[in-house]
Ligand binder design. Structure first.
Ligand code: KIV
Ligand code: ZN
Length: 500
């Protein structure tokens, strides 16, 4: 008989900590519903004490989903737990995730404390949380660098205090797979009462070993994994949900099952990438654009003769369907709605009408519309509340001439125009924009990416602009890459202009 592995998704908490990738509550609900449809067991919906936005998101996600347990993060602090309890009041199944750093460096530098006091604080937090909920998960932050003997004492104490799940994070992504697996096995072998709790993995990818470490943890007794869609997360990210799920699905010898409907993996990967403006690297396992693209002649020949020659996963198993209906200017609202629905996005009639109008404009400029294109359209209304909007842009450029741009901006309802020349069209357009918005801004990062294929493609631009010592992230998408660049720059400016 197969064992069951619980999938704890932290896309909306650890994943959302990526600078510049924050979602609003509506977007978080959209992701949470897609996670529910995907079949995750637990959704970590936020860190309620950290901001009113996080608090509100946990409330709204709790109302919006039914089956998964909703989890809220806290420090080992009573006030945090009180706020988490309040935020979980509408959750049908609820969990508090509380914890404290256990490595010597956390104990000494973060808490200026000692090992015994940390155990006391951990136990007190778990006991306090258990007064409000039956399901309490304890995390031993930086467990990856915590000495195993002491870690086992902490874990034994918190289980005794009522922890139902014990999370062993490799917070810094330092462990080797053999080391992390041995750590889990050490706990299985040395913690009294370990069978009363589920051991959870939580691995970061700083050295590219998050997935390997997680699998090693599972092979040694962990029965919950903490993961994110596309492996997003601070720094190099967290373990990717799609990788763990597909490893277990492909390796029948492991005999561990999850509740994940794998055919929903690709749609949710696209949705998260699009809502968070975080491109998925082309060679990303399972969901990257090249994950199933065979370019060498030998491979193509082999795959055409029999897929199994070079493919260990059928793309259809993760929801990639090459035969899906191609959307064109003649597609109706129903086709568009259906495609959105298969991507996990449910639109109200009003929003569908707006997106459909934009879709028709795009279809006039672009022959085939791909999934990413329409996801960009669905996300476009996030700019509606911007104080600064692009009204028009005209650029002349070419070989042997200096590029000249003229730009029109609407700033809080007032119209402004600027003209400038530059060493290329983007340079000219941004200089023209700076004639209107005269602030000390430094462009730190600028990437252009084509979404699908073809010269009529939509270009996505990601930018980072430094202003007043802070970096702001912006995004633009347009079939005209100069316009997309200016939109991304304006998106950055709006992030600090909206604060003024
Ligand atoms: O990486 C980590 O240690 C965490 C904990 C807060 C669970 O995210
Ligand atoms: Zn983490």
């Amino acid at each position: 008989m197969s064992d069951r592995l619980f999938i704890f998704d932290t896309t909306l908490r650890d994943g959302e900590q990526v600078p510049g990738c924050q979602l609003n509550t509506i977007e978080k609900i959209q992701v949470a519903k897609a996670l529910e449809a995907l079949g995750v067991d637990v959704i970590e919906a936020g860190f309620p004490i950290s901001s009113p936005g996080d608090f509100n998101s946990v409330i709204e996600i709790s109302k919006a989903v039914t089956w998964p347990t909703i989890c809220a993060l806290t420090r080992a602090v009573e006030k945090d737990i009180d706020v988490a309890v309040e935020s979980l009041k509408y959750a049908k199944r609820k969990r508090i995730h509380t914890g404290i750093g256990t490595s010597d460096s956390h104990i000494k530098y973060k808490f200026n404390s000692n090992r015994e006091e940390i155990i006391e604080r951990a136990v007190a937090a778990v006991k306090y949380a258990r007064r409000f909920v039956d399901d309490v998960e304890f995390y031993a932050e930086d467990a990856g660098r915590t000495d195993n003997e002491y870690l086992a004492r902490v874990i034994e104490a918190v289980i005794k205090a009522g922890a139902t799940v014990v999370n062993i994070p490799d917070t810094t992504g330092y462990c080797l797979p053999s080391e992390y697996g041995a750590k889990i096995k050490y706990l299985v072998d040395h913690v009294d009462g370990i069978d009363r709790a589920i051991i959870s993995t939580h691995c970061h990818n700083d050295l590219g070993m998050a997935t390997a470490n997680t699998i090693s943890g599972v092979l040694n007794g962990a029965r919950q994994v903490e993961v994110t869609i596309n492996g997003i997360g601070e720094r190099a990210g967290n373990t990717a949900l799609e990788e763990i799920t597909m490893i277990l699905k492909s390796h029948h010898d492991i005999q561990i099952d999850t509740n994940i409907n794998t055919q929903k993996i690709y749609p949710i990967s696209r949705m998260v990438s699009s809502l968070m403006n975080m491109p998925v690297q082309a060679n990303k396992a399972i969901v990257g654009r090249n994950a199933f693209a065979h370019s060498s002649g030998i491979h193509q020949d082999g795959v055409l003769k029999n897929m199994e020659t070079y493919e260990i996963i059928n793309p259809k198993d993760v929801g990639i369907d090459d035969n899906s209906i191609v959307l064109t200017a003649r597609s109706g609202r129903a086709a568009l709605k259906h495609r959105f629905s298969s991507l996990g996005v449910e639109l109200t009639q009003e929003k569908l009408d707006k997106v459909y109008e934009e879709f028709l404009k795009l279809a006039d400029r672009k022959k085939d519309i791909h999934d990413d294109d329409i996801l960009v359209l669905a996300g476009a209304e996030r700019t509606l509340n911007h104080r600064i909007k692009l009204e028009h842009l005209q650029v002349t450029s070419g070989v042997g001439v200096r590029a000249v741009a003229s730009i029109g901006l609407n700033v809080s309802g007032e119209k402004f125009e600027g003209t400038a020349s530059g060493n290329g069209p983007v340079d000219a357009a941004i200089k023209a924009l700076k004639k209107i918005i005269d602030r000390k801004m430094i462009l730190k990062e600028f990437t252009i990416q084509a979404i699908s294929r073809g010269s009529d493609d939509v270009g996505k631009v990601h930018m980072q602009v430094e202003y007043d010592g802070q970096v702001y992230y912006g995004f633009g998408a347009n079939t005209d890459i100069v316009a997309a660049s200016v939109e991304a720059y304006i998106d950055c400016i709006n992030k600090f202009a909206n604060k003024d």
